[in-house]
Structure formats: C-alpha cells, structure tokens
Design a protein around this ligand. Structure first.
Ligand SMILES: Nc1ncnc2c1ncn2[C@@H]1O[C@H](COP(=O)(O)OP(=O)(O)OP(=O)(O)O)[C@@H](O)[C@H]1O
Ligand SMILES: [Mg+2]
Length: 460
C-alpha cells in the first residue's frame, strides 16, 4: 500500500510537471508569433514614416494582436503601460494588475509568466527594435482553467484506477491467502492431533502439492494408528497370558514363604520372591487396566454420582500404613462452608469410584515414594460452581521442568526417580482415568522442593 501510494504521488507530480512544460511550450510559440506580428508593425511603420512614433505603433500593434489573448498589453522600456486590449477591444484607460517582476524580466531579454489563483496566465515577452534593443514588452493574459479541469480529470481517472486496483489487489491477496492458509491450517491441525495420538483422516479436495501432502499425512496417520493398535494389542495379549502363571508363582511363593520357618536364609529368599511376584502382578494389572481403556469407549465404564470428600478420606486411610512406614503425615484439607460447626459441604462428581480411588491412590503413592522420611503430604479438596479440584502436595524430590510433560507418558520415569521402585505407569493411568470422567491433570513441581498434582473434574 505504501509503495503504491509513493508511485501514485510520483505519477501525480510527473503529470503536473509535464503538463506545465507543455503549456509553457504552447505559450512560447504563441509569444513568438505575436512577436513576429509586432515586429512587422514596427518595420512597416519605420518604412512609411522614417521615425517610429510610439503611440501609433502601439495602436497598430494592439489592432493586430488584440484577439490573441483574453487581455493584451504593451509596455515600453521603462515598464510603463502603453496600451491595453480586453476581450478584443482596445481600452484607453484602466488599471490592470501588473506583475512588475515579469515585465522587468522581459526587459532583461527573456520571457516570464505568472499563474494566478483563478487560473489566469500572465505571459510577458520582450520585443526588440531595429537596434536589437528590448524596446517593448508584449504581455498577454490567457485563461487556462480548461487546462486545470483537464488535469483534474486525469487525476480523477488515475485515483479511481488506483483505488480499483488496490481493491482488486486486496481481494485477490485475501483470496490467495485464504486458499493457501486454509489447507495449511487443516494439515497443521492434523499434525497436532497426530502428536496427541489422535489419528483422524486427512483429506483435501485438491490435486496440487498440498493435496499430495494431505494424502501422504493420511497414509502416515493410518499406518501409525495400525502400528500403535498392534503394539497395544500385543502388550494386552502378553499381559493376559502372564496373568495365570503369575498367579501360580505368587501362590507357590506365598506357600513356600509361610511353610519355611527353619532356614532363615531361605525364608528371606521366599519373602523376596513373594514381593517381586506382587510387584509383577501389580504391573500386569495396570497394563491390563490401560489396555481396557484403550479398547473401551467411556460408555462401557460404570459411572455414579460420588461424594468426593468421602472418597479421598477412604484413599488416605488406605494409604495410611504406607505413609506411616516412612513417618510421613498426610493432612486432608476439606472444602468447608459457613461456620465451623456446620457440616462439610458435599462435593459430587460423576466417576467410577473404584477407578477414581485408584487414580488418587496412585498420586498419593507417588507423593509418599518421592518424599523424604518425616515430611508432610497435604491433600486439598476445593470446588468452584462447576468443578471439583483435588490437589496432592508433597515436599519431595520434585520433577525437573523439562520432564513435567514426559512423566505422564507410559513407562517414563524421571532421571531422579531411582530413589524408589516403579514402572512409570502410575501417572499415565491417572491421566487416562481422569480423562474418562471429562477431567484433566496438571502437575506443578520444583526440583528439590516438592510437587503438586491437581485433578480437576466436572462437578455434578
Ligand atoms: N510426587 C512426585 N515427586 C517427584 N517425582 C514424581 C512424583 N510423581 C511422579 N514423579 C515422577 O514421575 C515419574 C512417573 O510417575 P509414575 O507414577 O507414572 O511412575 P512410577 O511412580 O515411577 O511407577 P508406578 O507408579 O508405575 O509404580 C516417576 O518415575 C517420577 O520420576
Ligand atoms: Mg507412581
């Protein structure tokens, strides 16, 4: 727009300049012709009477030139007005406006002109006598408003054309931008949902490079989807297959552990065997839970209106023993309303109580596992008009900023997690459970200071 404005400005100036050059040339030609006529009068008069007589010369010259302009004037070499004709009529008296500078310049030998505000052009040119002296100045006045009207028309055409051009350029740029950005947005949206492992079909109704790119993305999405499904199915099958033999191993280890009372060393080994088979059973159960999520739609889960204060209280009681082992205290901060003696506000959410307890227990388990002995864990329950907010805050080892996202992936464990055992599945299971009930999880953490995991659920 700016460069276009500069071009229009330059064209406008150029039109002004060349138009004036043209009009100046026209006036000079006219002045030349008038000068010829004037000199003719001069020479005729000299040949008839010998000595030039100014009055007579002026009269004759005016007679000849009176029609050559709106006004015609003749001055002598001392800038005195000798004669004047207006609209072709010779006038003896009158006090016209005189541009003295122009007359002086003409007496100096060159032409000069002035254009007034009402578009009248005063053009003065010198007339030489037989001795090549600038004896007279001939001045004519021309109305050049026709020229200004013409210029205005040219300008109007120029600006109207430029306006039309700008509108056309803007519309076509918008059209081009829309046509190229719209499909790019579609592709970008597809790539973003792929990164969230949502593999939807990508289709663009076009045969150009963007269309080909969409087709390629679509193929890629399909293959990735199939591959991930295959992997999940594989893990699910293996977990299923392992479940029965593992139950047998656990049963036998339990038996051996309980039966062996004499050999202390052997008793210790059986205890270890029992502990490990418990860990493996938990892992297999979690893997099966995840694969159940992968397969099931949310409608297959039993959901009921559950009071969250009660649920949290129960989880904390269940985890109490584990916390006590490390000398960790768990404090519950419930949402209260009104004076102390009033009953605790009941906060309901539509969840599956068993799964929800599992999720909260997982988070409390993490808080215990990744905290030092004798530290404190706080479980807060708050609510807004539409949400239930549960926070589990610990004073543990914390999670590095660049790992906050990754710890929610399956099997990912942070670099500082070797202080405790784990398989890296707990958080991803929590995330899936909470998402099933239309909620989400948020983690805030500071390395070495502590972690706060927040569950937000819609209130019912
Ligand atoms: N409260 C916490 N404090 C510090 N680090 C945490 C906390 N909670 C989770 N993490 C980090 O996130 C990782 C993933 O947690 P997640 O619960 O998924 O796995 P895990 O505890 O290692 O194993 P699992 O829960 O399957 O037994 C952990 O390994 C740990 O590095
Ligand atoms: Mg865990």
């Amino acid at each position: 727009m700016l460069s276009f404005g500069i071009i229009i400005f330059a064209i406008n100036k150029a039109i002004d300049y060349y138009s004036f050059v043209t009009i100046e040339k026209q006036m000079m030609e006219k002045a030349d012709l008038s000068e010829l006529s004037f000199r003719e009068v001069l020479s005729q008069h000299r040949s008839s009477s010998g000595e030039p007589q100014t009055k007579e010369i002026v009269r004759l010259a005016l007679e000849k030139l009176k029609a050559s302009g709106k006004e015609v004037r003749i001055y002598d070499s001392s800038s005195q007005l000798l004669g004047l004709a207006v609209d072709g009529i010779i006038i003896n008296e009158g006090k016209p406006i005189v541009f003295a500078k122009n007359i002086d310049k003409a007496l100096g030998g060159s032409y000069a002109y002035t254009v007034t505000e009402d578009h009248l052009l005063y053009f003065a040119t010198p007339i030489q006598d037989q001795y090549y002296q600038n004896a007279y100045v001939y001045e004519f006045v021309e109305d050049i408003s026709y020229f200004y009207t013409m210029m205005d028309q040219i300008r109007y055409i120029l600006f109207a054309g430029a306006g039309g051009f700008i509108v056309l350029i803007t519309l076509s740029s918008l059209w081009i931008a829309r046509n190229t950005t719209k499909p790019v947005k579609v592709l970008l949206g597809a790539v973003q949902s792929f990164s969230r492992q949502e593999f939807r079909r990508v289709h663009l109704k076009r045969k150009d490079e963007l269309g080909m790119l969409a087709e390629g993305l679509d193929q890629m999405g399909k293959q990735l989807h199939d591959y991930i499904q295959y992997q999940k199915q594989f893990v699910s099958n293996v977990s299923h297959e392992l479940k029965t033999p593992l139950a047998a191993i656990r049963g036998f280890s339990q038996y051996l552990y309980e039966e062996e009372t004499e050999d202390k060393q052997l008793h210790k080994i059986y205890a270890h065997l029992l502990q490990e088979s418990d860990r493996l059973t938990r892992l297999i159960n979690e893997l099966l839970l995840l694969s159940r999520f992968d397969k099931a739609g949310s409608d297959e889960l039993e959901v009921e209106r559950t009071e969250m204060n009660e649920l949290i209280q129960q989880v904390v009681i269940n985890m109490g023993a584990k916390a006590k082992e490390k000398g960790i205290a768990i404090i519950i901060n419930r949402a209260e309303e009104g004076p102390q003696d009033e009953s605790i506000t009941k906060i309901y959410a539509n969840v599956n109580p068993m799964l929800m307890s599992h999720a909260v227990a997982n988070l409390v388990d993490n808080a215990i596992k990744y905290s030092d002995n004798t530290s404190q864990i706080e479980v807060q329950i708050e609510h807004t008009s539409s949400e239930v907010v549960i926070r589990i805050c610990d004073q543990g080892i914390g999670i590095a900023g660049d790992e906050l996202e990754r710890v929610q992936e399956r099997f990912y464990r942070a670099k500082n997690a070797n202080t405790a055992n784990g398989s890296g599945l707990g958080l991803s299971i929590c995330k899936e459970i909470v998402a099933r009930f239309n909620g989400y999880i948020d983690i805030e953490s500071q390395l070495g200071e502590g972690t706060t995991v927040t569950i937000v659920l819609p209130r019912s």
